[in-house]
Design a protein around this ligand. Structure first.
Ligand code: G6Q
Length: 548
């Protein structure tokens, strides 16, 4: 497929003109002029209501964004990805996380071979392992039933499982999950302080099994365990591994029956659906894991078959392109009104920024347009008492994705009503703002004199006209979570197509892995090496102080 140059495309030129024209129209007047606006700019699909009517768009903009998607070859790209083409060209790999959630009856071919039976073979082993652990059939070295699982991994081998497990643990049954990722020993120490070696299962998760942080944590956890247990033989009972590098796992000393593989056509940050999700299955139960996969599969089907106008991932992606490239908004806030999704923004930050935070186009030359925005966020209402000030009155416009659920997840039903009132009020306020006249009336009603009013009024005015979308699900369940994650995965993919970047490599991460390896031997005292004056200054100070 020939590289797509966003800014020289015909639809981009029209979108630039439309964005200029839209500048003089306030979002609230778009609502005032059209009673049907919410119906026009929303998609109701299988338990999810996607409301994008508070985006700064009109019908012409939407039609042009759809045109742009067509011009960029989105339909062809979707088919190329789903059918196992090696679209990750810089690593020479296919991108088939969708095959991980394919039904047993489906066929997904990679290099002529249907991979679905391999996927289901591993799923079958995971199910059996999960069942044996949760039923108490497999016990710890002193004969006790397992109570805790510690996932040792980082990046894609941590963020997805940690986010999902946190989101579903309260509504499901399984082991208590802990996640150790950082090579800061404080991370491991704090988890080891909470668990009992007799009843704890460790899962070392590393696609490559070469990642410094994970190997350091795994070795330390193993040493801690051996010291507490009756000997090295107990490692076979308490340690499992997930990796594509089975040789390295063998050298580490994990029993082959406790090793779960996956494939190089699964990117780290897209791997929670594979055996990387073993800690999800163990902490939430097998049924929940299966439902998570089913939810993602449902979204895959919608993505692959719905026409662009009513295709939630495609529309989400194209609205993001509209905001990034035609309105110059450089970041996107992700605000779930759900405490269970407290790790969702962190998860999405990796999925999105590691995929599309790239300035080199598919032709190897620097792109001439903006690519991935900064993704960040925290759950509401907490965020309201922290950074929402900047969303409402900061000098830069920051679009927001609100994520909310109609059904409460706790028995405190009144809390949920309050939570939703806050969520809806925030998107309303960002859109409407508060006019000088409204402020004047409020201040007058509060009894302020004219002089007092004049003094304080400018600070209390909100321009509004700030865009947001709301993803309103019926309920937070494994299925709806699967839908949500798959939705964003597909959004990221489509944006990569439009921005003409390779979304599935991560050379920035690889760089980090290389750099520390050069400095570590110097800090360990054995080697000399040349650095810039700042780096060597920091090294000398570290060595000087740590020697004292
Ligand atoms: C994800 C990235 C990265 C990776 C970690 C851990 O897409 O490649 O976050 O997941 O660096 O890598 P390993 O799983 O190989 O330890």
């Amino acid at each position: 497929m020939k590289p797509f140059d966003l800014l020289s495309s015909a639809s981009a030129k029209r979108l630039t003109a439309l964005s200029e024209a839209m500048k003089s129209t306030h979002l609230k007047s778009l609502f005032a002029e059209d009673a049907e606006r919410n119906n026009k700019f929303s998609i109701d699909h299988n338990g999810l209501f996607f409301d994008f009517s508070k985006q700064k768009i009109n019908e012409e903009v939407v039609a042009e964004l759809v045109e742009l998607a067509k011009e960029a070859g989105v339909a062809e790209s979707i088919e190329a990805q789903f059918s196992g083409e090696k679209i990750n060209q810089t690593e020479g790999r296919a991108v088939l996380h969708t095959a991980l959630r394919a039904a047993k009856s489906e066929e997904v071919r990679f290099e002529g071979v249907n991979v679905v039976p391999f996927v289901h073979e591993v799923l079958g082993r995971m199910e059996e392992f999960t069942r044996a652990i949760l039923s108490g059939e497999r016990k710890g070295y002193t004969g006790k039933t397992f109570t805790d699982v510690v996932n040792i991994g980082i990046g894609g081998s941590d963020l997805g499982p940690a986010m999902v497990s946190k989101a579903l643990e309260a509504s499901t049954n399984g082991l208590k999950a802990h996640f150790v990722s950082n090579v800061d020993g404080a991370d491991l120490a704090s988890v080891l302080n909470q668990v009992n070696p007799e009843t704890t299962l460790f899962i070392v998760v590393s696609k490559t099994f070469t990642t410094q942080e994970t190997l350091a944590n795994a070795e330390a956890a193993k040493a801690w365990f051996i010291e507490k247990a009756t000997g090295e033989a107990d490692v076979a009972i308490h340690f499992a591994a997930v990796s594509t590098n089975l040789d390295a796992v063998g050298i580490f000393g994990i029993a082959a029956s406790n090793v779960f593989g996956f494939w190089d056509w699964v990117g780290g940050r897209y791997s929670l659906w594979s055996s990387v999700g073993l800690s999800i299955a163990l902490s939430c139960g097998w049924k929940a894991f299966e439902e998570l996969l089913a939810g993602a599969r449902e979204m895959d089907h919608h993505f692959r078959t719905a026409s662009f106008e009513v295709n939630i991932p495609v529309m989400t992606a194209m609205l993001g392109v509209w905001n990034r490239n035609f309105n110059n908004y450089s970041s996107l806030a992700i605000i779930p009104y759900s405490q269970e999704l407290s790790r969702f923004a962190a998860y999405l930050q990796q999925a999105d920024m590691e995929s599309n935070g790239k300035y080199v186009g598919r032709d190897g030359a620097k792109v001439s347009h903006q690519t991935g925005p900064v993704i960040w966020g925290e759950p509401g209402t907490n965020g309201q008492h922290a950074f929402f000030q900047l969303l409402h009155q900061g000098t830069e416009v920051i679009p927001v994705d609100f994520i909310a659920y109609i059904q409460p997840t706790s028995s405190f039903k009144d809390h949920h009503t309050k939570l939703m009132a806050n969520c809806f009020a925030q998107s309303e306020a960002l859109m409407n703002g508060k006019s000088a006249q409204q402020v004047a009336e409020q201040l007058e009603a509060a009894g302020l004199t004219e002089e007092e009013r004049a003094k304080v009024a400018p600070f209390k005015v909100f321009e509004g006209d700030r865009p947001s979308s709301t993803l309103l699900f019926n309920e937070l369940s494994p299925k709806s979570l699967g839908q949500l994650i798959a939705l964003y995965e597909h959004k990221i993919f489509i944006q990569g197509v439009v921005w003409n970047v390779f979304s599935y490599d991560q050379w920035g991460v690889e760089l980090g892995k290389e750099l520390a390896k050069r400095i570590l031997p110097v800090l360990e005292g054995g080697q000399k090496s040349e650095f810039d004056s700042s780096t060597s200054g920091l090294i000398h100070r570290f060595l000087g102080s740590s020697e004292k």
